[in-house]
Design a protein around this ligand. Structure first.
Ligand code: SF4
Length: 327
């Protein structure tokens, strides 16, 4: 099994993504000919260690959610590989993949739409256990234990999703995710739809569950302050590719890539001079026609001649990786 190093030392990897591409064909005409591709994820490589939380940040439409959905099998990869505990997920047969992907779960942004309104909480949190033959003993006990782990009272098991608040619904989603005894969870903007007062409670719950079950998360968010409160490492994504990847302290406190610097400048910090905020000019280019050279060159305040023609290669600085001609 491969190893990665981060600030806490050597860890075994749970997820290894290698040059992953998720492209969607654009079909035109009455014959539905493929006229091009939306390159939502366009060559991402990263590793997530056991017990590690990797934050994935970037503007809306940069491909963050598509990356998470591809890892757990909800989108089909175009190219590249995803290894889960050393197993290539894309070469497994259907039966093995079903067993393995049970250990890969996802929590979605909208807690209401991701719950079946016709199912009560009891069925929601134990459905997967029944499907995979994981019930030992009393099903009620399983449901109550899972709800308690997610911070809900066991006496709510026969209530329906519409009877709960947003934060409680997200706790039900979390209970359902952990029911499968996963090793890895994609948390796709799990607190974005919640009140600020509830966000911290759900973040703390996710951290507690990580500690209790030695889980690993890919924590997707557009909110850097939320990511910095939970992630060990942060990956910054722009237009389908990575711009910077490193420990949270390095990336948040000492960003190197001009895109990361601009993102961080927009996070309100008490006492910071508002004039220091970097407002990026122009629209994000379309992922179906990314610009040549550095993809960020059309908006970068530091753009140079070389940036318009040459794709920057990865530069390492300690444990940090950055893709920019400035380094
Ligand atoms: Fe800016 Fe050039 Fe670096 Fe791209 S490679 S981020 S355009 S300086």
């Amino acid at each position: 099994m491969s190893k990665i190093m981060d600030l806490q030392g050597i860890k075994s990897s749970v997820i290894e993504i290698k040059d992953l591409k998720t492209w969607f064909p654009i079909q035109r005409g009455i014959l539905s000919k493929t006229a091009g591709y939306v390159r939502a994820v366009d060559g991402i490589s990263l590793t997530i260690g056991r017990g590690e939380i990797v934050g994935l940040v970037g503007e809306s439409g940069c491909g963050k959610s598509t990356l998470g959905r591809t890892i757990v099998g909800l989108e089909k990869a175009w190219k590249g590989t995803v290894f889960f505990q050393g197993q290539n997920l894309f070469t497994l047969n259907r039966r093995d993949r079903r067993q393995v992907t049970r250990k890969l779960q996802i929590i979605f942004q909208d807690p209401l739409s991701s719950l079946n309104p016709r199912m009560n909480v009891f069925d929601i949190v134990t459905e997967g256990l029944v499907e995979f033959g994981m019930i030992e003993g009393n099903r009620d006990d399983h449901a109550k234990r899972l709800l308690n782990e997610a911070g809900l009272e066991g006496d709510v098991i026969f209530r329906y999703p519409h009877e709960f608040s947003g934060g409680q619904r997200q706790r039900i989603n979390i209970a359902r995710a952990i029911s499968m005894r996963p090793d890895f969870i994609v948390c796709d903007e799990p607190v974005s739809a919640l009140d600020v007062s509830v966000q911290a409670q759900v973040i703390n719950l996710l951290i507690d569950l990580r500690d209790t079950h030695n889980l690993s998360y890919l924590f997707i968010s557009h909110d850097l302050s939320v990511v910095s409160s939970i992630a060990n490492r942060v990956a910054v994504m722009y237009l389908g590719i990575l711009a910077e990847y490193g420990s949270t302290v390095d990336v948040i406190d000492h960003p190197m890539h001009p895109y990361t610097i601009a993102l961080i400048s927009a996070v309100p910090v008490p006492g910071r001079d508002k004039k220091k905020r970097i407002v990026l000019e122009g629209e994000t280019p379309s992922p179906s026609a990314p610009p040549p050279g550095c993809r960020f060159h059309t908006r970068c305040p530091e753009v140079m001649k070389v940036c318009r023609v040459k794709v920057p290669s990865m530069t390492r600085s300690g444990t940090r990786q950055v893709w920019c001609h400035l380094y």
